[in-house]
Design a protein around this ligand. Structure first.
Ligand code: AQP
Length: 325
């Protein structure tokens, strides 16, 4: 029997190369090694301000981008969180074994509270409990995520342990799986690449837009003039070269930057061409998929039906152990 893997993505904006390098690429790689469940976590996305008019489109877009990036729905489950109400039901139960102090320590909560100071709601605070429920509902063993989510997976383990101690062993303790690019910085070079911060290249960005965004991206800030030598070790775009350029190009760019043989403009041109080449097939496939919303809805509803059966089993078991009537 294969071990079970769960991971999610918020329909909170354009899926970007940080999401891809940090998580989705690993999802695609692990698809045959585990029994994989991937979830579009819409209930997480509503913890920050959003326009209800956009949400349906965002959910379908997230499904399309993930499929276009290689998540073959014939080899995994893809579904929408709110289509399986047991997620929120288990979250309520898990709230009762989660210490407030643990939630207060979560750095994502602190960051998002700063970013959305006008809307610090209880959902934002309880976000990691719902995330634990997402994972534990399917008794998942593995959770491939970016570095920003590691603290939440640690908490999910702790919540599983607390529940198991109080009511008996039901939940395995899930482990995170990190990719070799666990934290991609935004084009501002200062903060994590994030949908909500707009400092990203989306997976469906056009070549022109990729060029434009990269040409404005921050590099080694000590390199003020074309003739100054640069330091790739502190250049955010050099990190991206490592994932999009060939070995020869990486070596060339690295050496030529250090000696000022090339400037940032030339370095960005090479990177733009490579990013555009890598993303074009994803964008084209995405464009085909979004033309057929019924096809996407069919995949999502089949995914939800399969998840629902597993979720009902877990909830039945949990209720029984908890002594509920
Ligand atoms: N910059 C990143 N580098 C590496 N991995 C990343 N991930 C997110 N940003 C980076 C990983 O992508 C997966 C899906 O992320 P999410 O949609 O659940 O939400 P997030 O982590 O909050 O991502 P964003 O883009 O920053 O969204 P917003 O702005 O809406 O909060 C996760 O595994 C995440 O670790």
């Amino acid at each position: 029997m294969k071990k079970r893997l769960f991971s999610g993505i918020q329909p909170s904006g354009d899926v970007h190369i940080g999401n891809y390098l940090g998580a989705i690429r690993n999802w695609v790689r692990l698809i045959d090694q585990f029994e994989c469940i991937f979830c579009i976590v819409d209930y997480h996305a509503i913890t920050i301000e959003y326009d209800p008019k956009d949400m349906k489109k965002r959910i379908l877009n997230a499904a399309a981008v993930n499929i276009a990036s290689g998540l073959d729905p014939g080899r995994c489950i893809l579904f929408v969180q709110s289509h399986v109400p047991e997620h929120t039901e288990l979250a309520w139960i898990l709230n009762t074994v989660t210490p407030m102090g643990h939630l207060e320590r979560m750095t994502q909560y602190k960051d998002k509270s700063r970013q959305h100071a006008e809307n610090i709601n209880a959902g934002l605070f309880n976000y990691p409990v719902l995330q634990a429920a997402d994972i534990l509902l399917y008794k998942s063993d593995a959770v491939p995520v970016g570095e920003d989510q590691v603290q939440h997976i640690e908490l999910a383990r702790e919540i599983a342990r607390k529940f198991n101690m109080r009511y008996g062993e039901i939940f395995p303790e899930p482990k995170e799986i990190l990719s070799e690019a666990p934290r991609i910085m935004g084009l501002d070079g200062k903060t994590k690449m994030s949908k909500s911060l707009g400092n990203y290249i989306s997976l469906i960005e056009s070549p022109e837009s990729i060029r434009k965004k990269l040409s404005a991206a921050v590099t080694d800030e000590n390199r003020k003039r074309r003739t100054d030598t640069g330091n790739p070790d502190i250049c955010n775009l050099f990190t991206l070269h490592k994932y999009f350029s060939t070995k020869e190009q990486i070596e060339y760019v690295q050496g030529a930057c250090r000696t000022a043989e090339i400037g940032c403009v030339e370095c960005k041109r090479v990177l733009s061409d490579n990013v555009a080449e890598a993303l074009t097939p994803v964008r084209l496939r995405y464009e085909e998929l979004v033309k057929d919303p019924d096809f996407l809805l069919g995949i999502l509803s089949e995914g939800a039906a399969r998840c629902k059966r597993m979720a009902e089993d877990t909830m039945g078991d949990a209720r029984k152990r908890m002594g509920l009537l």
